[in-house]
Design a protein around this ligand. Structure first.
Ligand code: C2E
Ligand code: MG
Ligand code: MG
Ligand code: MG
Length: 286
């Protein structure tokens, strides 16, 4: 909608900007129908201890748009976060993931990501409590992943909500650790149960800076008595490094990609043969 009398620059940028805004508005509108039309689904990515045993899964949201196909969460979550849609979607994910995990024969954990919006507007502690009761999932098997952005806006309120959730027996993990501004001070303000080392550091294992940072975070975990999980582990070299450094847990394409849970039926186990089916891969000697 470039102005007829516009100068060259405005004319050059406006059509693209306009297109982008229209796209965004269209996606926001489509997203409103996504839950009721069953376009949202959850894939599950295994988390393993360093010896290779699957200990749980992270629930990751997917949107299969009727005409555009799969739209990644990095695109649609920020759009959902601009309105109360994120509250509704977040609630749906939590309920679905807990219902799913409650049906697994092995007592594996399930990790669910929370948006900062759910802290600001939702009645989060009451929601978690009622979902646990409704689904029958043991609170100890639920882990909620938050990033430090949750703590930035209203630290007091977030800490109080997290405290109530923790009191239910649910664990709280700090996601994407090391990518924010003051992760260390947040570790002091709230008793997290796990730290997830961001995949950007894991990707660069082999460069001395990233190796040093990972070592330091693992040391921090040991000092604080917190388990550390490395995200984005794709290669055996990365795994060997993490094993040598005594990282506690790993998650990444090497262990398994995010997939429909039916693809992981053997890890979830059958009641009878839980024992021998738990291992994802042979242990690797560092
Ligand atoms: P996240 O919570 O840090 O999730 C990890 C992301 O890394 C996932 O991307 C996962 O598919 C990807 N990943 C896992 N292993 C590897 C690997 O070995 N290599 C590479 N390159 N990537 C790997 P995904 O599923 O696209 O999700 C992106 C982000 O969207 C998540 O980051 C999370 O912040 C957000 N998200 C996803 N589902 C939900 C949800 O249900 N609620 C909320 N609030 N956020 C969600
Ligand atoms: Mg996460
Ligand atoms: Mg992460
Ligand atoms: Mg992330």
């Amino acid at each position: 909608r470039a102005k007829a009398d516009g100068r060259g620059t405005a004319r050059f940028f406006e059509p693209q900007m306009d297109k982008w805004l229209r796209e965004r508005r269209a996606l926001q509108r489509d997203l409103q129908a996504a839950i009721s039309q069953q376009q949202l689904s959850i894939v599950y990515q295994p988390q393993a201890d360093i010896g290779g045993d699957v200990i749980g899964f992270e629930a990751l949201l997917r949107w299969n748009h009727p005409t555009r196909g799969n739209i990644p969460p990095s695109v649609f979550i920020p759009i959902a976060e601009e309105s109360s849609l994120m509250i509704e979607i977040g609630e749906w994910v939590l309920r679905e993931a807990c219902r799913e995990a409650a049906a697994w024969p092995r007592k594996l954990s399930v990790a669910v990501n929370l948006s900062p919006v759910q802290f600001k507007h939702g009645d989060l502690d009451r929601l978690v409590k009622s979902v646990l009761i409704e689904t029958g999932l043991e609170p100890e098997r639920l882990e909620l992943e938050i990033t430090e952005s949750v703590l930035i806006d209203d630290l007091e309120r977030a800490i109080s909500t997290l405290g109530h959730v923790k009191a239910l027996g649910v664990r709280i993990a700090m996601d994407d650790f090391g990518t924010g501004y003051s992760s260390l001070s947040y570790l002091q303000s709230f008793p997290f149960d796990k730290i997830k080392i961001d995949q950007s550091f894991v990707r660069n294992i082999g460069l001395s800076q990233s190796s040093a940072i990972i070592r330091a975070v693992i040391g921090l975990g040991r000092g604080l008595d917190l388990p550390i999980i490395a995200e984005g582990v794709e290669s055996t070299d990365q795994l060997a490094f993490l094993t040598r450094e005594s990282c506690d847990q790993v998650q990444g394409y090497l262990v398994g990609r995010p997939r429909p849970i039916s693809d992981y039926a053997k890890y979830v186990g059958r009641a009878e043969d839980v024992e021998q089916l738990a291992r994802v891969r042979p242990a690797i000697s560092a």
